[in-house]
Structures are given as C-alpha cells and as structure tokens.
Design a protein around this ligand. Structure first.
Ligand SMILES: [Zn+2]
Length: 411
C-alpha cells in the first residue's frame, strides 16, 4: 500500500469516532493510535453488508448526539431508498452537504471533465430512473423546469424504459436538443435506448463534452449504440447512493479512487485480478460506513501508475465487472456478468446487432431486432464459459426490475 501517513491518520481518527459514536460499530476494536498500524487493524474489522445497514435503521447508524428529526426539519438530511431489487434496497440518510462536493470532486479527477465543468456555460443533464436522480422524485408529468435542480435537467419521468412511448422518447430527444447539455450523467441502459431512438429517427443530438455512465453495468452493446449517437467520450463513474462516488474513470481508461472521501479495501475473489470493494467513508457526518461491502466485483488494474498523470495512493481499477450476486462460480473461478458479455461479443463479432441480453437460469434471453441467429450463437458462447447447457431465446424485450434497473444474470 502506498497511502500517505496523513491518509492513515485521517482513517484512524474517523474510524475511532465511528467505533465510539455509532451503535452499529460499537463492538469493533478501537483503532490503534499509530497511523502505521491502522492498515493492519482495518483488515481485521468485520465487513458490514446491506443486511447490517438495514437492521436497526436509522438508530443503529446515528452518532450519539445526532438528532435525525431536527436535521430532517432543517433539510440538512433526507431519507431516501436506493434502487435495487427488494433484497438489495436500502434506506439511506442522505446528507446534502456531503453528497454534492464528493461527487463533483470525483468528476474532476478526470481532466477532460474538470475542464468542461470549469467553463461558465457548463450545464448538465441526468438520464436514469426517475426515483434515483440526486435524491429527488420525478415520476409523472412535469415540465422541464420542474425537473431541473441547480441547473441540472433530469430527462426521465417514468420507471420502465422498455415501455417508453414514442411520445416520451420524442419529448426527451426534443429536450436534449433544446437544452444541449455539456455534461451528461446516465444509466447506460437508458442512454442506449435514447441513442437507438435518435438513430432510428435520424435525429442528430448535440454531443456533450463528456458522458458519465453510472447506476448499472455497461455492456458492449450499450457502449456501441451510445457511441454511434454521440461524438463524446464515455467515462465510468462508479459509486452507490449509500456510499458516494468511489472511483472515476480517467481519459486513459483507468478508474481512480475518490480518496478524499472514502478509503477502499479490495478483497480478492477467485479469478485473476478480481476483487470485492469494501468502503470506509471519510468526512461524512451522517451514516458513516466502516468496511461496507458494496456488493460488486471489480477488475483491478495491474499497474498503480496511469498515463493520465493523476497520482492516486489507492488502487486503480480496470473496470466494474458487475454485482457479486450475479457472478457464477465455475470450477473455483468467478465468472462475472461482463465476462459473459465479453464471450457473447467475441462470438458475434464487430457486426453484432444484439441490443440486450439476460441470463435467466439456463436460458439466455437475447434482444436483437436484426438477427434471428444471434440468440443461439450467444447462448453457445455463454455455455462454453459456464460449462453447462444454456438455451438461447430471442425475445422482443427484457423487462427491468421494479427498481428500473436491468439485471444481466438472474439465478
Ligand atoms: Zn488515469
């Protein structure tokens, strides 16, 4: 580890306050006073998962002397539920003064984004599930002005993009043209649908200076169709509502840690370069997290250095592979959702027209309006990786979960 002594001192001080003040962590050993020993201590602290955060919420996560009701009345914090399947859904104490600065700072780790954001004419739009854009709700029919907060326009107002009507698509395309965002934050599945709608209608959308992809795993088909519609670089922004932004992709394709706001431990899982992500939040008054397992598997970059020149003390990632619960063990090795996506696209090649897939049990559902043979070929590719019989089925659409997110693997 190449973290500075100052970083370890900060981690030591903040975790000491967590152990002293937060009921959920009260039975953890107190961190050592010597910053050089904090790393070793932290590795022994048992992780917490979503289940532990849900148990006793919010009381078990409140620091002594914190008055949640008063903070909510003053609008310093708000309670909100994360998206996800029922088993994954969490309530979060959302702290406005923490969220925004840590997200902005993460974005600025990318030099191109930093330059765009510093321009006086910078304006941003968000395309995701209406429930999870910045802790506000945009369900229903609202005007563009009603869907704008601090100059950020939230395009979407209905939960299931599979059933966006022509009218809804056309409204979003029109708003995109009128607003001409310079930066866009998007769920890749949603943006791919808008990209296809624009291409189909021959609408040329003004390209932003950058697009950040977040909220769910980006497949090659999503990336391909987004790139066809927009002449803008795509960057992964990796985080979670309950944990903040943990990593930001730079112009050289590496994800750098947002280390002023969180400390990340990587725990290896079987398979080369794969790890789980345990996060300890920094600088957060409400709902601090101590070794929280975010539930994803990532691929760790081999080198700690990066051509972009940004020095990061923490680990760099190559990509986010998908949810751990969507991974499959094959002969002791972890197969991630993106590894299945790689296999599908390796089989279908550069001319692939597949738009979406989902492995549901032993059936690979494939959405491909152009090809009647890709489902069987993609299934054979997945079968070879998983070493079990997989049936391919061409379908018109794959429905998202109730949360509005798509799942790549359903056991
Ligand atoms: Zn870099």
């Amino acid at each position: 580890m190449s973290y500075s002594p100052a970083h370890w001192r900060r981690v030591g001080e903040e975790t000491r306050r967590m152990v002293t003040e937060v009921p959920l962590y009260r039975d953890r050993p107190v961190p050592p006073g010597d910053p050089a020993q904090v790393d070793q201590w932290l590795k022994q602290v048992p992780p917490v998962g979503k289940r532990e955060l849900r148990r006793g919420f919010p009381r078990s996560l409140l620091r002594e002397n914190q008055d949640l009701n008063a903070a909510m009345r003053d609008e310093r914090v708000t309670l909100l539920a994360t998206s996800g399947t029922t088993a994954d859904r969490l309530q979060v104490i959302w702290e406005w003064s923490w969220w925004d600065p840590q997200e902005r700072e993460a974005m600025r780790l990318n030099a191109r984004i930093a330059a765009a954001m510093s321009d006086a004419s910078y304006r941003e739009a968000v395309l995701t599930t209406p429930a999870c854009g910045a802790g506000t709700c945009h369900f229903g029919s609202q005007t563009a002005a009603e869907r704008s907060i601090d100059g950020i326009l939230f395009f979407n107002e209905s939960a299931d993009p599979t059933h966006w009507t022509d009218r809804e698509c056309e409204r979003m395309l029109r708003e995109w043209c009128e607003f001409a965002p310079r930066g866009v934050e998007a769920d890749p599945a949603y943006l791919a649908i808008i990209a296809r709608a624009a291409l189909k209608r021959g609408v040329r959308l003004p390209s932003p200076e950058f697009i950040t992809l977040t909220y769910e795993t980006t497949t090659q088909a999503m990336r391909r169709d987004i790139a066809r519609a927009f002449d803008a670089p795509l960057f992964q922004l990796y985080g979670a509502t309950e944990a903040g932004v943990l990593f930001m992709e730079c112009e050289h394709g590496r994800l750098h840690p947002n280390e002023q706001h969180s400390h990340v431990d990587l725990v290896a899982v079987p398979g080369s370069g794969l790890a789980r992500v345990l996060v300890t939040t920094l600088g957060r008054a409400w709902m601090p997290l101590l070794r929280y397992d975010i539930g994803d598997v990532v691929r760790v970059a081999e080198s700690r250095g990066c051509a972009c020149g940004l020095k990061s003390d923490g680990p760099l990632l190559e990509r986010v592979e998908g949810r751990q619960s969507d991974c499959v063990e094959v002969r002791g090795e972890t197969v991630t959702p993106l590894m299945l996506d790689d296999a599908v696209h390796a089989e279908l090649g550069a001319a692939a027209t597949i738009e979406q897939w989902q492995l549901a049990g032993d059936t690979l559902l494939v959405v491909d309006p152009e090809s009647g043979t890709s489902a069987a070929r993609a299934a054979a590719a997945v079968e070879a990786v998983l070493r079990r019989r997989i049936r391919g089925e061409r379908v018109a659409a794959v429905a998202p979960e109730a949360s509005g997110k798509y799942r790549l693997v359903k056991h």
